[in-house]
Design a protein around this ligand. Structure first.
Ligand code: SF4
Length: 567
């Protein structure tokens, strides 16, 4: 079957070694393409093969795999996604973030399915990828710039306003554990701290522009698949009554996506337009801090973008500091004189800058909620909101029990893919277990991962209920290989298991298996009063059968067990 691949894949990836300043182009074998699908599937296999379990996330031996999927850049709803995989400084486990913008589309049009970055440069550099070439360019003059400013500077330097730029800001340079990579003004690979991995390699940015066509096996079938999928698109989004007319300027879309679910807002009187806040940003910069003004929320979103910090992670760590302040676990002196009360915008916004630059208390908070709480003691650990060291998303799992299970078992900690289970919770009802819950959560996790591997956004499926058959049809049209959806889903499961296997080699079996104490407290007041999740299971780890199916050799999990104690 694999010999019949006629589109979707370019068949080539490029490896950049920043220690040796060498670039090497490699062919990709067809059976690798199909078995690991693309995106995070390719990333997981390459990290499994090439990064030993005792490698520190911020050492030159860690790698970043930037990989597109077979559907990236084609006529499929939301086919703009590119995956960044690495060992995460936030969790010390396998980490993956899916990023929008034009990065993956341009990478494929440059003649590469994927880019592997390894080693570490001595001085700041950026990569310029265009038409089967990669140049390692000096970035000393860009070091210290914010993400949005660096993007502008690189486009100006390259003389092309349409170059796609993925860059880090001060947070990545200062190795903030949840630093993100920001792409094309508002698309983040956030939370897993891959921005810090860039920073440890002195890699400021990747700039890409290509001019080749992306091969599609059957353009006619592709068009008819797209036309059928368009019937689902009648998306108007939320009403946004609070935002509309005050800060909101209009809607925006990713590459060839008719959903246009992004929102363009403007910061105060500056005229600066940004692609935020979205619902998570609103939750974490508004409700979390009790900031009453949408203008402060929009400014906070812009600040996080410019500093290169994932908004949700930054929101979580600062809200944690606020609660510690209220409970007397942090004094005003320890907070550099900040009066960190809920509802006060000024000091919250100042603290964002201190975290990105590791100033004062910002240095501790830059380590993330888990590490900061561990250093502060038992009461802090009890109120810390994270799963496997990752940010807490905006769903309270006391009422969403399938989501609780997803948080506890997802291969890379709490993650929006795992939280896709919220759709199931909404149907099941608040605080309700159902018999098929574990099976359903597992299914959602595998589908979510499969869509990441294909290079498409999950929202048309999650929000519009786009039939999954549409993705199978699209795969067939683009790649030219007939498959069943079950075949693709089995790939999703196997790749999910592989991410768990990487983690088991790093001393963690089946995720951390349990939720942090905060998630298990009984809600004492409010709408969720009396609810709490029971212990969530953590089964579903790597089996010998899957290992054989994926062609991965046996490795001794004992190998990585001592790692966490050292890291
Ligand atoms: S659904 Fe929204 S986030 Fe996803 S690709 Fe379309 S516009 Fe972008």
């Amino acid at each position: 079957m694999v010999g019949l691949i006629r589109g979707g894949y370019i068949g080539r990836m490029v490896r950049v070694n920043l220690t040796k300043l060498k670039v090497k182009v490699e062919e990709v074998k067809p059976d690798f393409m199909v078995s690991y699908v693309g995106g995070s599937g390719w990333g997981a296999r390459l990290i499994w093969d090439e990064v030993k379990p005792n490698v520190h996330p911020l050492s030159g031996k860690n790698k970043v795999v930037v990989a597109t999927g077979p559907l990236t850049g084609t006529l499929v709803l939301g086919a703009c996604k590119t995956s960044l995989s690495s060992i995460s400084p936030a969790t010390k486990l396998y980490g993956n973030s899916s990023i929008g913008g034009m990065l993956g589309v341009e990478l494929k049009q440059s003649g590469f399915d994927a880019l592997i970055v390894e080693g570490a440069s001595r001085k700041p550099v950026y990569l310029w990828v265009t038409d089967r070439r990669v140049e390692i360019k000096d970035a000393s003059h860009l070091w210290g710039l914010g993400c949005l400013s660096a993007e502008d500077a690189i486009r100006k330097e390259l003389g092309d306003a349409e170059v796609s730029v993925a860059t880090i800001g001060p947070a990545g340079e200062n190795l903030v554990k949840f630093a993100c990579v920001m792409c094309d003004r508002g698309h983040q690979a956030g939370g897993m701290g891959i921005g810090a991995v860039f920073g440890s390699k002195k890699l400021k940015a990747i700039a890409v522009k290509g001019h080749f066509d992306i091969p599609v096996a059957n353009m006619e079938l592709m068009r008819s698949t797209f036309d059928r999928a368009m019937k689902y698109v009648n998306y108007e989004g939320g009403d946004g009554g609070t935002v509309r007319g005050r800060v909101r300027m209009g809607d925006a879309s990713c590459y060839l996506c008719p959903m246009a679910c992004r929102r363009v807002n403007v910061i105060g009187k500056t005229g600066i337009k940004i692609l935020s806040p979205e619902y998570e940003e609103t939750a974490f910069l508004s409700m979390n801090y009790v900031l009453p003004s949408m203008k402060d929320v929009v400014y906070g979103g812009w600040l996080c973008d410019e500093l290169g910090m994932d908004v949700v992670s930054a929101g979580t760590v600062i809200a944690f500091a606020m609660e510690c302040y209220e409970r007397g676990l942090l004094s005003r002196e320890e907070l550099n004189g900040l009066d960190l009360r809920f509802g006060e915008a000024e000091d919250v916004l100042r603290l964002l800058g201190d975290v990105a630059r590791r100033r004062g208390i910002g240095n501790l908070l830059a380590e993330g909620v888990e590490a900061a709480a561990e250093r502060m003691g038992e009461e802090a650990i009890r109120i810390a909101m994270h799963v496997s060291g990752l940010k807490a998303l905006g769903y309270d799992v006391k009422a969403a029990l399938a989501t609780a299970l997803a948080y506890a078992t997802y291969g890379i900690g709490e993650h929006s893919d795992g939280a896709g289970a919220i759709t199931y919770d909404l149907k099941a009802g608040r605080g309700r277990y159902t018999e098929d819950q574990a099976e359903r959560v597992s299914y959602l996790q595998h589908v979510g991962l499969l869509l990441d591997c294909l290079g498409v956004c999950q929202l048309p499926w999650v929000r519009l209920g786009l039939n999954l058959e549409a993705y199978r049809e699209a795969y067939e049209a683009v790649v030219g290989v007939n498959v069943t959806f079950d075949f693709l889903l089995r790939r999703g499961k196997a790749i999910y298991d592989l991410t768990r296997a990487i983690n088991s080699l790093r001393g963690i079996y089946g995720g951390r298996g349990n939720l942090q104490p905060w998630f298990k407290h009984l809600a004492l007041s409010g709408a969720l009063k009396g609810l709490k999740p029971s212990e969530a299971g953590s089964e579903g780890c790597w089996t010998r059968t899957t290992r054989l199916e994926m062609g991965c050799e046996d490795r001794d999990p004992e190998e990585g067990k001592a790692y966490r104690a050292q890291a």
